[in-house]
Design a protein around this ligand. Structure first.
Ligand code: SF4
Length: 408
């Protein structure tokens, strides 16, 4: 895979060494078992895959290069480039401004922009309408576009399905930048509706089977269907694509549910199901798949707790948390600073959207066994800082540097 020029401050020598040793031993990525860092009284199990993905490294390289190449110019980021507080803060410190918040609320009026300004499109991509507005001002959107190729792949998939006359059902978080961008691109080619979860899919099903008055659709799915969507016409033939960072099992379940519904309602068989349902595989990206599968592998290890590191608004990180929570106490943190001491930790509950303060989160019996992973927008340096923080609480048999030497 292409190597990117990412500032060294985001890298970690220990984690790079571990990743490259594991990669060398498992070139085909078949082994999802974790890596044990055995400090004696503390045992840390690192997921086989975690941290910066292709799209994030690509976006960081382009953003920092844009700053270096354009001294004296005003540089804007359309919104957070990726969902990581440290990377976004570093870009702000280098003089970059945000044009919108993560929900798309303007922070700077587009009227204040001129053709001399530079606007960086984030890894999630953007809507056709924003692209159009920027182009009208004279700002080119191709040169400083960090849209991930795996997001563009979803747009291409939607276009293909649309070409065959299917309505597109987007499984994604309706307010997430990527889903808004995918919705916009899909809606340019086909009737499109967004479902957030299985509850939404069940609600949508009631309009396919006409169990609910069709007029209710426009209220229930307000803001989530494309212009001109005609519920009696546009739910006859559907295909599902998803935000690249959703939970694989959720998308599969939604897709299976809608497929089965079409089979039952329209009396179809395997031979003619494609008349009504586009049998697409999910459009999750490789990083989401690798990281979620690695968490499954990680969870096969008996442990006391899991720590998931990543930005609190990061969709892919929250799904890793969801998987870990099913098995054991899980702490979602965005930096090592949230580990206040051996007794206290601040951590995020993404269900209630609150940061919580928990005491006595580490067991007293040794060895303490901690599973660690991180989201696709989290620098490895942050994970290393988390490991070092935990190590500092114990009289360890081996230092981090000694452990590192096993992987060099
Ligand atoms: S998580 Fe996947 S789609 Fe998103 S930026 Fe990374 S590689 Fe691209």
């Amino acid at each position: 895979m292409k190597k990117f020029n990412v500032p060294g401050v985001y890298r970690s020598s220990i984690i790079s060494a571990i990743k490259s040793k594991r990669k060398e031993a498992d070139k085909l990525k078949k082994d999802f078992s974790p890596t044990l860092l055995d400090f004696g009284p503390l045992q840390i199990f690192l997921a086989r895959h975690f941290g910066f993905c292709y799209g994030v490294e690509n976006a960081i390289e382009i953003a920092f290069r844009t700053i270096d190449e354009n001294p004296g110019k005003r540089i804007f980021l359309l919104s957070e480039m990726i969902h990581n507080p440290q990377v976004n803060a570093d870009l702000l410190n280098r003089g970059v401004h945000f044009l919108q918040d993560t929900k798309g609320k303007p922070l700077v009026d587009f009227d204040e922009l001129s053709a001399d300004d530079i606007v960086i499109i984030p890894a999630f991509g953007t809507t056709l309408s924003i692209e159009g507005k920027l182009n009208k001002i004279g700002i080119t959107t191709e040169k400083y576009n960090t849209t991930c190729p795996f997001v563009e792949k979803v747009w291409n998939r939607s276009e293909q399905i649309a070409g065959k006359g299917y309505t597109i059902v987007v499984h994604g978080k309706p307010s997430h930048e990527e889903t808004r961008a995918t919705f916009s691109h899909s809606a340019a080619n086909a009737p499109t509706v967004v479902v957030n979860d299985m509850d939404d899919a069940v609600k949508l099903a009631k309009y396919i089977t006409r169990e609910k008055p069709l007029a209710d659709f426009y209220v229930e799915f307000e803001g989530r269907y494309s212009e001109g969507f005609l519920v009696e016409r546009d739910l006859q033939k559907v295909g599902v694509v998803n935000q690249t960072t959703m939970l694989a099992s959720d998308t599969q379940a939604i897709s299976d549910f809608l497929k089965e519904l079409m089979v039952q309602y329209f009396n179809l068989t395997d031979a003619n199901i494609d008349e009504r349902f586009a049998d697409t595989r999910d459009t999750l990206c490789y990083a989401t798949n690798d990281n979620q599968t690695a968490v499954m592998g990680l969870l096969e290890t008996p442990a006391d707790l899991a720590v998931v590191v990543g930005g609190y608004n990061s969709s892919n990180t929250s799904h890793l948390v969801e998987l870990c929570e099913e098995k054991l106490p899980t702490f979602y943190i965005d930096s090592a600073d949230k580990i206040l001491s051996k007794k206290e930790i601040l951590h995020y509950n993404f269900h209630s959207k609150q940061e919580l303060h928990t005491v006595e989160y580490l067991p007293s019996d040794e060895p303490v066994r901690i599973l660690i992973t991180s989201g696709a927008s989290c620098p490895d340096a942050v994970v290393e800082a988390v490991i070092r923080k935990f190590v500092s609480f114990y009289e360890v048999d081996r230092t981090v540097e000694e452990i590192l030497s096993y992987f060099e």
